[in-house]
Design a protein around this ligand. Structure first.
Ligand code: AMP
Length: 285
């Protein structure tokens, strides 16, 4: 197993990437905010299989958190993350420093419009601008041939595909399926901030999505009806505040009132300290 490189300057990362590129080896990037779990590691495995070198970035990006959001309580454990990545056979961890990444006179942002205006974008102003800005910076530093994102953050993956297409970025985006706990809850670094009671009730989200998918696959075309059923189930079984439940087109993310082709059921629910998001794809008969 090759030794894991820990790189925390942009110049250091670019020099390493240039060296790999001049040797003709391909680079895969998995951007993360750390506190890694099997969901992240499934993206890592995808990169290890599909690229010659794998870089995992770990950076809790302040730009994508709103002032009232959970930046300060976002879980962090860099030592454990590095041990997990070394064990998995990753080649490098890129851990930028905020002083370098966002100097005091930092004044550029990268923004995808339209796709970012609904769903999470409507409730988290500036969030996706923070994501697309940091991802553009990570691409410029790591110079990857492929970058892997999770379907778990469905809107984010659609936004990043659009970013790369619109700005002619020279890399391929791959989306890996959501990894779940045995009870169906989508793995997330934030799950540690659920109370015990919330954690016990949280799998209701996946059950609600799975039931919605089943209804679509049995021929129910009325999106409003399915959304109401999902809403009722979540109110009874989980509680919290429902930010949205929507049935959308897989690429445009536009709400679909009458289901006649592939859709994604997508939702977000706020609990005491954690906002849970999840989604499922469904195809009518
Ligand atoms: P995060 O550290 O939460 O920013 O996530 C980093 C990457 O891992 C993103 O592309 C996420 O979509 C992906 N990811 C997070 N949770 C999961 C999961 N349960 N299954 C698959 N991918 C995930």
């Amino acid at each position: 197993m090759s030794k894991l490189l820990c790189i925390n300057t942009v110049a250091g990362m670019q020099t390493r990437a240039d060296a790999w590129r001049s040797e003709g080896v391909s680079i895969g990037l998995v951007p993360t905010m750390g506190f890694l779990h099997e969901g992240h590691l499934s993206l890592v495995d995808h990169s290890l299989k599909n690229a010659d070198r794998t870089v995992v970035s770990i950076y809790v990006n302040p730009l994508q958190f709103g002032p009232q959001e959970d930046f300060s309580i976002y879980p962090r454990d860099i030592e454990r993350d590095i041990a997990m990545l070394a064990q998995r056979g990753v080649d490098a961890v890129f851990k930028p420093r905020t002083e370098e990444f966002y100097p005091a006179d930092f004044s550029t942002s990268v923004e995808v419009t339209e796709l970012t205006e609904s769903l999470c974008g409507a409730l988290r102003p500036g969030h996706f601008r923070g994501v697309t800005t940091v991802v553009s910076k990570l691409f410029a530093a790591v110079k990857p041939h492929i970058a892997i994102f999770g379907q778990k953050d469905y809107q984010q993956s659609a936004v990043i595909r659009r970013l790369v297409r619109d700005l002619n970025m020279d890399l391929r985006i791959e989306i890996a399926p959501t990894v779940r706990e045995a009870d169906g809850l989508a793995m997330s670094s934030r799950n540690v901030n659920l109370t015990e009671d919330e954690r016990n009730r949280a799998p209701a989200l996946y059950r609600a999505l799975a039931q919605g998918k089943q209804r679509i696959e049995q021929g129910q075309h009325d999106a409003c009806r399915i959304r109401d059923e999902i809403r009722d189930y979540i109110v009874t079984e989980l509680g919290g505040t429902i930010d949205y439940i929507s049935i959308v087109h897989p690429d445009t993310l536009e709400a679909i009132p009458v289901i006649s082709g592939p859709v994604v059921i997508i939702l977000a629910v706020r609990l005491s300290q954690v906002r849970l998001i999840d989604n499922i794809s469904a195809v009518p008969p």
